[in-house]
Design a protein around this ligand. Sequence first.
Ligand SMILES: [Mg+2]
Length: 346
Amino acid sequence: LAMAEKISDISEFGLIQRIRRARRAPNRNMILGIGDDAAAFRLSPGCVGLATTDTLLQGVHFDLRYCSYADIGWKAMAANLSDIAAMGGRPLLALISLTLTGSQRMEDIVQLYSGMRALAARYRVAIAGGDIVGGREFSLTLTVLGEGQEDNLGRRSGARPGDAVLVTGALGDSAAGLELLQAKGLFYRKAGMIPRDQAREARLLKKQLRPEPRIIEAQALARAVTLHGMIDISDGLSSELWHLSRESRAAIIVDQGALPIGSQAVKISRLLGKDPLNYCLHGGEEYELLFTLASKDLSKAGKALKKIGATYSLIGQVAAGRGVWLVDAGGRMSPLEDRGYKHRPS
Ligand SMILES: [Mg+2]
C-alpha cells in the first residue's frame, strides 16, 4: 500500500501488522507482547505494579501546526514514562489506543509510532498492544505499566518536615519553547532569524517537542536512598509543589535564587519581553522530577545523580505547616500561587 493511502482504506489488522514487526522483547519481564488477546508480563521480585494513562486530544493537547506526528508520539510516551519515573519506578510496557478520523495518512501513523518507539526503545519499554477506532477527533491514549520497589515508592504524600526539596534539570525551557512556536512570526522578526535556520530552532524547541523523561534519574535515586515526596513536573513547578504540599500536609519553602531557570527560557524570554522566572515557576510539560529527601540522604542522592551525569538543584525545604512559599533575594517570604497549566475544556 502506498504511504499516502488513507487509514480508512486498510483494515485494522493490516495496520497492526505494520506496527507489530517481529522483534525481540525489549525487556525480560515480557512474556507475551503484541499479537495475542492480552499482553503477559511478570514483575521482578520485591516489586509492585505501577499503572498510568494519558490521553492527548487534537486541538487541546497538541496542535499539528506546531508539531509533527512523530513529536506527538514522543510526547505521549514521555508523559507516561515520566509518571512511572515519578514513583521511582521502571516502565515495562505500553498500550496504545488511537482514534483516527480518516484524514490521517498511513505515513502519519507510521511517524506517530516511530516517535513513540524511539523513546520506548531507549528505556526498553515494550509496545505490547492497543486498539484503533474511528471517530470525529484524532486522539491518542497511552497506558504504561511498570514496576517499583514495594518498600520504596516516591509519593505525593511522602514529603516530611525537615526534608530538602530538589528538582532535576532546568525549568522553563518547555513553556518558553511553546510560546516561541506560537509567536514564531514575531520571534523571527525580533531575532532577525530566517525561518530556514532550523538547526537553531530545533535546539530551542527540543525541550518542548522532545522532552526526556527522568527514568534513569528516578531509578538511581530509588536505588540510592529512601524516597520521600516525589512528583513529575507536567503542569508546572508551582502546581506540583502545591500537590506535594497538600498531599503531604506540610509547608514547602522555595528559595527563588536557587531555582534552575533553563537557558532557553532565559533567551526566549528576552526575545519576547517576558520574565523567565514565570516560565520556570509556572511552565508545564517539563517532565523533570520534583522530590524531597531526608537531609541525611542528600549527599548519597547527590553522588548517585552525579554518577549518571544528571543535573539537579536543591531549591528549598519542607516545614511543618501548610502552603507553598517563595523566599526572594531580599529574604521576603510570600505565598506562591498555584498557576500551573491546567488542561480544561474551554
Ligand atoms: Mg505526574
